[in-house]
Design a protein around this ligand. Structure first.
Ligand code: ZN
Length: 145
């Protein structure tokens, strides 16, 4: 599991998917993880309650960038409720709590490797917090703290 985790982080960090800013977008939010210095901005377009397109941008460590890249692939076509449930499962997996259906997480399941690096969990959850805030249309700054 550790090796799969390392490979996925390296691959997504080297060639992040869906990088940039989406125009036009229906939702956007920026999140910050002051512990590591990561910032992630997500822009997305929601059509008929589902994410039609999503991009991310920002500055940060390899884990925040790789997690954002994986997230943009995982959430396309999902509704806000489906994304909340997916993130709840992912958060449980990372924190070593029982998960109903690991297979439903797809590639995200490699983030189980974060159990060995608990101080980096915020780096991985930051893009998800930014996405949930964007879907919530919140104007408050998003932080992992
Ligand atoms: Zn980080």
């Amino acid at each position: 599991m550790g090796e799969l985790y390392q490979q996925a982080i390296l691959a997504h960090n080297r060639a992040p998917l869906n990088r940039g800013t989406l125009h036009p977008a229906t939702h956007s939010a920026t999140g910050a993880n002051p512990i590591c210095g990561d910032t992630v901005t997500v822009t997305l377009r929601v059509v008929d309650d589902a994410i039609e397109a999503i991009r991310f941008d920002g500055e940060g460590c390899a884990i925040s960038r790789a997690s954002a890249s994986m997230m943009t692939e995982a959430v396309r076509g999902l509704t806000g409720a489906e994304i909340e449930s997916l993130y709840a499962q992912l958060d449980r997996l990372i924190r070593a709590k029982p998960v109903d259906d690991v297979a439903s997480l797809g590639e995200l399941s490699v983030l189980e490797g974060l159990r060995a690096f608990p101080t980096r969990i915020r780096c991985a959850t930051l893009p998800w917090k930014a996405l949930l805030a964007a879907l919530d249309n919140t104007s408050d700054p998003v932080t992992t703290e």
